[in-house]
Design a protein around this ligand. Structure first.
Ligand SMILES: Cc1cc2nc3c(=O)[nH]c(=O)nc-3n(C[C@H](O)[C@H](O)[C@H](O)COP(=O)(O)OP(=O)(O)OC[C@H]3O[C@@H](n4cnc5c(N)ncnc54)[C@H](O)[C@@H]3O)c2cc1C
Length: 401
């Protein structure tokens, strides 16, 4: 009997990376995506050094550099720009070939992953195929799929749920998704107005109890690029009200006042959660990426950690699939990636958000002054950058047995 394929649910960045990393090992893979095509996803856009290192052997990183922006400096500043802590990733150039954050829209990453997957592996990619359930057996998983109005069952050796925050796979496994949802919604609005002329780094975080924000320069369709802002929208308002010009224009003017009105090219609104699944594995079924954990976007960690999950899992599952290791190795995936998620991604993203929204002006000024001193001190800045770039946390997690 031919060996059964690994089925991956979800062709977001995590599922595509799982399929590619398994396919490259010669393992048969079927990637099922519920939507008819890749998502035009405006969410993520910041890639940290270890993520670029992990994707480099697959040729993804080089392709990302064709359009991505290398962001060597990033800032935390107050609203008026009186206190500005600027960090220089050049300080960690001796530990990574990518001493910067690479900015590239999520919807420009996934086509690169898919293209390489199709060119370099025998993986089967099926769009318009929604995973609706599965039944586990000792030697396989029967995956139930809906497509073209009909249903079919695919026999898989293993199933990976990379099907996003509302993961069907996680729900069928009945795994608790522990954590909380932030009360405010996150509004994302993009403009071509150039923030750099006002001293903003291409990645800047603004600390303010009410009007905290994050600013990212993105490549868009090429120079001059586009400036993406993220700021809180009042809870209880409809998406329509949050995205109305009467709501967006004052928020933009607060971040950076100017005489003319802002021309907004793109806008969207997100509900944001901090949640981690109680386990990432039940039998022959595993979960990864947003299906396993969610965090707020301050620090740009979510998609990055999904790629870290995918590479870690594909390596271990490859060994188990070939019979080189017992399936207990997969529990190590769970331990390593759950601890990275909890100790690194959850802790940092919550800390980042709390720092930005600090309510006591005295404490806020003290923290910014401390950060300015940290950024100016080579040794302290380096330690700070190794953490915020996910290098230190990933190393710690990978050392866990
Ligand atoms: C405002 C905002 C900004 C962000 N910025 C950053 C950032 O700068 N850096 C960063 O690292 N992260 C960022 N993130 C987080 C990042 O967008 C996510 O972590 C990332 O999209 C997760 O990828 P994924 O592949 O795990 O899930 P998804 O991207 O959600 O992909 C899941 C896929 O599965 C498909 N699917 C769902 N159900 C099924 C099913 N039953 N069967 C088959 N297919 C299915 C979906 O259609 C989708 O294509 C941000 C998030 C937000 C909200």
């Amino acid at each position: 009997m031919p060996a059964l394929p690994v089925v991956v649910a979800g062709a977001g960045p995590t599922g595509l990376m799982c399929a590619l990393a398994l396919g490259r090992q010669g393992i048969p893979v079927i990637l099922l995506e519920g939507e008819p095509a890749l998502a035009h996803d405006l969410r993520a856009g910041t890639f940290h050094p270890p993520t670029l290192e992990l994707m480099a052997p697959y040729g993804i990183t080089a392709r990302m550099h064709e359009t991505g922006l290398e962001v060597r400096h990033w800032q935390i500043r107050d609203l008026g720009g009186e206190f500005v802590a600027q960090f220089d990733l050049g300080r960690i150039a001796n530990v990574t070939p990518y001493p910067y954050r690479l900015h590239l829209e999520q919807h420009r990453l996934t086509p690169i992953q898919l293209d390489i997957l199709r060119r370099e592996t025998d993986a089967e990619v099926r769009f318009g195929h929604q995973v609706t359930g599965f039944v586990q057996h000792a030697d396989r998983v029967d995956v139930e799929v809906t497509a073209d109005g009909g249903t079919e069952t695919i026999a898989a050796s293993w199933l990976i749920g990379a099907d996003g925050g509302r993961s069907t796979v996680r729900k069928v496994l009945d795994i608790e998704f522990e954590g909380f949802t932030w009360p405010e919604q996150f509004v994302v609005a993009s403009t071509q107005y150039d923030f750099a002329q006002h001293g903003f780094a291409m990645n800047s975080y603004i600390s303010d109890p009410v009007n905290w924000a994050a600013v990212f320069k993105m490549p868009h369709e090429g120079p001059p690029g586009i400036w993406r802002t993220v700021f809180p929208g009042a809870s209880g308002l409809s998406d329509e009200a949050l995205l109305a010009p009467e709501a967006i224009e004052p928020a933009m003017q607060t971040i950076l006042p100017r005489a003319a009105a802002y021309e907004i090219r793109y806008k969207s609104v997100y509900r944001v959660h901090q949640r981690v699944a109680k386990t990432f594995r039940v039998g022959r079924v595993l979960i990864a990426g947003d299906a396993a954990h969610l965090n707020n976007p301050m620090g740009g960690l979510g998609l990055n950690s999904g790629i870290h999950d995918a590479v870690n899992l594909a390596d271990k599952l490859g060994r188990v699939w070939r019979g080189e290791a017992e399936d207990g190795l997969l529990d190590r995936y769970v331990r390593q990636r759950r601890s990275a998620t909890i100790e690194q991604v959850q802790a940092m993203s919550i800390r980042n958000k709390r720092l930005l929204e600090e309510r006591d002006p005295k404490v806020q000024r003290e923290r910014l002054t401390e950060l300015i001193a940290t950024a100016a001190d080579p040794a302290r800045a380096r330690t700070y950058l190794l953490e915020s770039s996910m290098i230190a946390g990933l190393k710690r997690a990978n050392e866990a047995s």
